[in-house]
Design a binder for this molecule. Structure first.
Ligand code: UTP
Length: 447
């Protein structure tokens, strides 16, 4: 992009001040800034500006909301779902889709969160557990499960490097598709793009909802279509307990002819900070915990919480539904944050929030699904995210939950695990007690 084009683009969305320090920039800085400006979509900037002060997402009146009907599969129904899921996977119609473009600011780890070392014995990164589970399933079912990994511009190179350095954790590189989500500039309360240094615009990823546009732009959706993918298993990078491409969940989704299926687990306490799907009017939507009243959170039915279930963001999407939604605009969510800014040519780090970041959330497409399905699961088996550096949902709690799951597996296979023995099981080696028994168990302590 040339300087004159940049001036024109910025003038078109009222952001001329971005070139304020142009004369003081080096040739390299100028080139980088022009690159950033070229990536700005003036229409989006105008939309973000217009949303300041009022927000773009209409507040949901949850007072007449209803809790969703959540399937708890057992016995014959569970067997039927598993059989349908196994057929879908072995026919090569299932893909795994990981959103890993977040900044992981609460964890405070430099680098992509997926590279964070979580294996209690090997120190293997979060990506290892995801990739090995996908590999294990594709070996078991004799079909490839293509793995689509969304990164951001900030962490894409480091993510790809982590896969390369680890030989893709055993996956065929042809079945791994990296694609980057969009980045958006942050705006001040007055609607001005914020520079975090004289020659640099502060940008942040456009939220996990940026997935749809990124899937389309990158050709990932087209690639899925070419490969004959029908069901897309969606998950987040921070939860190594997730059962990727779980046949029961995939099967339930298929049998229900669902476009958007959600796995839900009982909240750990009535006020747990998770989204809850709710039937409002004639469609389901995800309601944030902040949108629920205390009375709603505590309301009981048959001695149980009325809104018992929360969503840990484990979904199955119909591929054609994703393609349909990718052609539409998504609502924006605003977050008021501390954003470094330039004053008199110097970068200042503010003590209190001073600007807005804009994000899209994937679950905003829930109301557009023609058919949905909800499946209950036990939180301790499948959900223990790494969000914070310490305390709740931290590496420490996650490792303890991983260990507890492996101990349950080993005990089911008849092995008593000494409390002091560190354990870790490669998902390709075994993912449940039956596989452990088939493969054989050898504890290091026995060697
Ligand atoms: P979180 O909401 O936990 O955000 O993301 P985060 O960025 O990982 O962590 P904090 O809030 O800064 O501490 C949930 C999932 O969505 C992905 C994350 O990588 C994670 O898998 N995500 C989030 C994206 O892919 N892109 C985004 O822009 C935001």
């Amino acid at each position: 992009m040339k300087f004159a084009d940049a001036e024109k683009l910025l003038a078109g969305c009222g952001q001329e001040h971005v070139l304020e320090y142009w004369k003081k920039l080096s040739a390299k800085e100028r080139e980088a800034l022009l690159g950033q400006i070229a990536a700005i979509d003036p229409k989006s900037v105008k939309l973000c500006r217009a949303s300041l002060g009022k927000g773009v997402t209409a507040a949901v009146d949850t007072s007449k909301g209803k809790a969703p009907k959540v399937a708890v599969l057992k016995g014959a129904a569970l067997k039927k779902a598993i059989a349908a899921g196994e057929k879908e996977i072995s026919s090569g119609r299932v893909a795994a889709l990981l959103v890993a473009g977040g900044q992981g600011s609460r964890l405070g780890y430099e680098g992509p969160k997926g590279c964070y070392s979580i294996g209690p014995v090997t120190g293997a990164p979060l990506f290892y557990f995801h990739a090995r589970k996908i590999l294990a399933k594709s070996i078991s079912y004799g079909a490839s499960i293509p793995f689509y990994v969304m990164t951001s511009e900030a962490n894409n190179d480091a993510t790809v490097k982590c896969f390369e350095q680890n030989d893709y954790f055993g996956l065929n590189p042809d079945d791994v598709f990296f694609f980057t989500q969009g980045m958006w500039p942050a705006l001040s309360s007055e609607g001005r793009i914020i520079l975090d240094s004289p020659g640099h615009i502060f940008m942040s990823p456009d939220g996990h909802g940026g997935l749809l546009a990124a899937l389309k732009r990158s050709g990932a959706l087209e690639d899925m279509k070419k490969r004959g993918i029908k069901s897309v298993f969606f998950f987040q990078v921070d939860n190594p307990l997730v059962e990727i491409a779980d046949p029961a969940f995939i099967g339930h989704h298929v049998l229900e002819k669902s476009e958007y299926s959600l796995k839900l687990c009982a909240k750990r306490d009535p006020f747990e900070k998770v989204g809850m799907p709710m039937l409002v009017g004639d469609s389901y939507r995800m309601v944030e915990y902040t949108e629920m009243t205390e009375e709603q959170c505590l309301r009981k039915k048959n001695g149980k919480l009325y809104y018992l279930y929360g969503s840990p963001a484990i979904h199955v999407f119909d591929r054609a539904f994703l393609a349909r939604e990718a052609a539409k605009a998504m609502p924006l969510h605003l977050a008021f944050k501390k954003i470094p800014f330039v004053e008199n040519g110097k970068t200042v780090k503010p003590d209190s929030p001073n600007g807005y970041k804009f994000e899209k959330f994937i679950f905003d497409i829930l109301p557009n699904a023609k058919r949905t399905a909800f499946l209950a699961f036990d939180q301790k088996d499948e959900f223990s995210p790494v969000k914070n550096a310490t305390g709740n949902d931290s590496p420490e709690t996650c490792r303890a939950d991983m260990r507890a799951k492996w101990v349950r597996m080993l005990e089911e296979a008849g092995v008593k695990v000494p409390a002091s023995l560190p354990i870790e099981i490669d998902p390709v080696y075994a993912s449940d007690a039956q596989e452990l028994l088939k493969t054989g168990i050898m504890l290091e302590a026995d060697v």
